[in-house]
Design a protein around this ligand. Structure first.
Ligand code: 4AD
Ligand code: MG
Length: 462
């Protein structure tokens, strides 16, 4: 019977004395004169399985020299070992080398730094840390789809190449087929984009929100989950140039409605990880972020705190803590402020609502005070801003006014204004940075270690 090590670990007790066939990579190989032990890992779980072999194997001498990282096919008998650390092992009848791994293999069984492993991102998936991380990442993606499927949200694929700047922040990567050595020029010396592939300048999307809003007018509740790109030159542990984002958009929903969905969704996906990756969470709790399991359980068992932006400012100013700059109304929160709220003052995730309009995007709905917008950021320990969302400005005249103030090109965004002209009504949505979610759930500090092949400022390997 050919089986994965994960399946074997759940059904081994029914297989006592039976022969199984497993395939994977050697994590360690220790041998003595007459017998030896291989820890074989096939990626399906963290622990792998212990293979015992002895000198009755015709190729015993060869097997004892098989090296870490080599791939094997093993046939052997399931032996229950109730008194040992692992509840069963495989007594080998056949050990066949599929792919040798010379001793210069960089991933040897010892502690490697994260930086070293990042430089070997093509090999690091064969370590426990990255095995656990990317399995949790995969489970989280699955859980997100499952959550929205159960709620009957339509999953829409919004475009990756787009002609609009959804955030109006100008942090876009341009997409072009023009020859930089020989740019077509207009008479006035400017670039002639009519010769470019799309006949005009276009870019990689920073957010699928605006197109998700289009779909929300037809389907009421929708979400997009795809790659987004930011040409932000920030070199931090939480910014990437390419990351996946989950962006739900809900018609006839206000700011409170989306905060409810954010909370429900996060609890759903974290419960899903507890149900499906207990070993991985224990691994993170032990080796990566001590206390992570308790932190996540506390989150599951409490209601997320809601805090008005103005009250947050008051908390900073009354804290008696010395921040690098004093906070006043109108300032954006920096990392140290976010950290103070989530790691010191509340020691929990917190929704910060009703932000000054000048530090937020053009599409956010202006509150009655005419100064703040109906926006929310969810701040979490370890990952900072995990979610950003808002009620959308549905009043055509107010939106046009705001776009003019912020120099957003009104003509090319006329389709977006049509959403207000034709049956538009109050609606809201949010964006959850998927890499930051993986950071929060695993406790892994650097965003470069939760993205399979990270792209950051001045770094695009593989
Ligand atoms: O706050 P942001 O910029 O919001 C939007 O893009 C909205 N259009 C979302 C919406 O309402 N549909 O980004 C949303 C989230 C942030 O809260 C953060 O988690 C993540 O995306 N994010 C990043 N993650 C990694 N690297 C970056 N450079 C990120 N920038 C934002
Ligand atoms: Mg934001």
């Amino acid at each position: 019977m050919k089986t994965s090590i994960k399946d074997l670990s759940t059904i081994f007790s029914t297989l006592e004395g039976k022969e199984v066939l497993i395939q994977g990579w050697i994590r360690s190989n220790r041998y003595q004169k007459e017998f030896g032990f291989i820890n074989l890992n096939d990626g399906s779980n963290l622990h792998g399985v212990q293979i015992v072999y002895d000198n009755k194997l015709s190729n015993f001498d060869e097997v004892s020299k098989f090296r870490v990282g080599s791939s094997l096919t093993v046939k052997g008998i399931v032996v229950l070992t109730p008194n040992a650390k692992q509840p069963f092992e495989i007594k080998a009848n056949l050990v066949k080398l599929e792919g040798d791994c010379p001793p210069d293999y960089p991933i040897q069984p010892k502690r490697h730094t994260r930086e070293f492993l990042r430089e070997h991102a093509h090999l690091r998936v064969r370590t426990n840390l990255f095995n656990a991380c990317f399995r949790v990442r995969s489970l989280l993606a699955h859980a997100i789809h499952e959550f929205f499927r159960k709620k009957d949200f339509l999953y829409v694929h919004t475009p990756i190449i787009t002609a609009s700047d959804a955030e109006g922040a100008g942090e876009m990567f341009q997409v072009t087929t023009l020859d930089f050595e020989n740019l077509p020029k207009n008479k006035d010396g400017s670039i002639d984009y009519s010769e470019d592939f799309f006949g005009k300048p276009v870019n990689l999307t920073v957010s699928g929100q605006l197109e998700a809003e289009v779909f929300a007018l037809g389907f009421k509740n929708v979400y997009t989950f795809g790659p987004t790109f930011r040409a932000e030159k920030s070199n931090t542990t939480r910014h990437a140039a390419e990351f996946w984002m989950i962006e739900p958009e809900m018609f006839f929903a206000d700011l409170n409605d989306i905060m409810d969905i954010i909370e429900e969704m996060l609890k759903y996906v974290i419960n899903y990880v507890f149900d499906n990756a207990k070993d991985e969470l224990e691994f993170f709790d032990k080796f990566v972020y001590p206390g992570k399991i308790k932190e996540l359980k506390d989150f599951l068992n409490s209601k997320i705190i809601h805090l008005d932006y103005r009250d947050a400012i008051e908390i900073f100013n009354k804290s008696g803590k010395k921040f690098s700059k004093p906070m006043k109304y109108g300032d954006d929160l920096s990392t140290e402020h976010e950290k103070y709220l989530t790691n010191e003052h509340f020691n929990a995730p917190v929704f910060v609502t009703n932000w000054p309009k000048d530090i937020k995007a053009f599409y956010m709905r202006i509150n009655d005070d005419n100064e703040t917008v109906a926006a929310v950021d969810l701040l979490v320990p370890g990952a900072g801003e995990l979610v950003g969302g808002s009620q959308r400005e549905e009043r055509l005249d107010v939106l046009i006014e705001r776009m003019k103030e912020l120099n957003i090109p009104i003509e090319s965004m006329d389709w977006y204004l049509d959403l207000r002209r034709y049956g538009g009504a109050y609606h809201s949505g949010f964006g959850l940075g998927f890499a930051r979610l993986v950071k929060y759930v695993t406790g892994i500090e650097n965003i470069r270690d939760v993205i399979p092949f990270p792209r950051t400022y001045h770094n695009c390997e593989f």
